[in-house]
Design a protein around this ligand. Sequence first.
Ligand code: PLP
Length: 417
Amino acid sequence: MNNEEKICSIIEQAEEVLQPYYKKNKDIAYQNFKKVMTAFTNHSVTESDFSGTTGYGYDDVGRDKLEEIYRDVFKAEDALVRTQIISGTHAISLVLLSLLKHGDELLYITGTPYDTLEKVIGTTEDDIGSLKEMGVEFNTVDLKDDQFDTKSILSSITEKTKMIGIQRSRGYSHRKSMNVGQIEAVIQTIKEKHPNIIVFVDNCYGEFAETREPLEAGADIMAGSLIKNPGGGIAKMGGYVAGREKLVERVSYRLTVPGVGKEMGASLNALTDMYQGFFMAPHTVMESINGALLMSYVFEKLNMKPSPRYTEERTDLIQSVSFNNEEEMITFTQMIQKASPVNARFMPIPDLIPGYQNPVIMAAGTFVQGASLELSADGPIRAPYTVYAQGGLHIEHVKYALEMSLTELSEKNMIEL
Ligand SMILES: *Cc1c(COP(=O)(O)O)cnc(C)c1O
């Protein structure tokens, strides 16, 4: 067999082995879709809901209705779903900056949070607008053997501890993602002793990966990005915060103005995409996860180290693969770019970007800038040369990109087929 035939055969074999996993994911997608559909029906979504507002954005019926739909699907008391939330980091920082005050402590129990939060938390008092500058203390408890370190968590909590932070997805780290069941167990343990602590979940990359979301597991508030899962690949911008009513109210005062909160904020012409995206999201998230399974299986067969393995339960989109060196990592990432529908002729190279500590290489030939529910791959250049791949609006794209990267990697003698 020549290389092309070998690659086809590996992928064909993978798809056969993965059938039972695909089937399970189809069931999850259907359950989630039913939740979304039920909310659309209960709120009688009509064409006029998409018309949007301008200026102050008073009486934006479509915007308010979409927030009620998010609220219902995510089992929240209230939700804020806005184009004015510019990113996942923004959604998360709204929660942190509005609910924590001078003298409070934020305790993250999934280790160091996502890189872009560093400036929000602040490392020195000179970090303008940070929690640090506000006088909020920050501490972390690392996972232990890929589990919440319950003993350490309980002994770390003091009277100052106002909020517990949980990052569901691993982000750019080697730890495991924490599934909703694990999150539920740790929240129960914490709340038994400390019923008043606010539990916040960074839900980025997690929405619709399982049939339950963190609020159903006892979290008080959660946040995410609309250019990831819940935007379904269609929303052009935005973020959401969902949770307890009183908390979401505070967050809304931080987003807009005290006393105004959710009442204002024009949606212009963004609502159609936001609605359609949420409608698509349960399906698209599973396409993306199925693509991740395909990558995981294939790279394992080629003696690379994928994480999670294809056999592991999923709670987010992230698929990492660790390569042997920088060159392999860069080659793979460049091929993801080359296999993109947009900007395929650009060649990504590692570079320093704000918010990240190491040079990062990023492949993202996406329709929506930075949208990582679309196929993208990135990673900070540091041993063990791990690329974090995520997204794929449909599995055909992931398969295509995989074929292209395996071809290039084998031509450069970086893998043996
Ligand atoms: C993507 C992500 C963020 C930040 O979202 P941006 O939209 O990139 O600002 C935060 N936490 C996790 C776990 C993420 O995956």
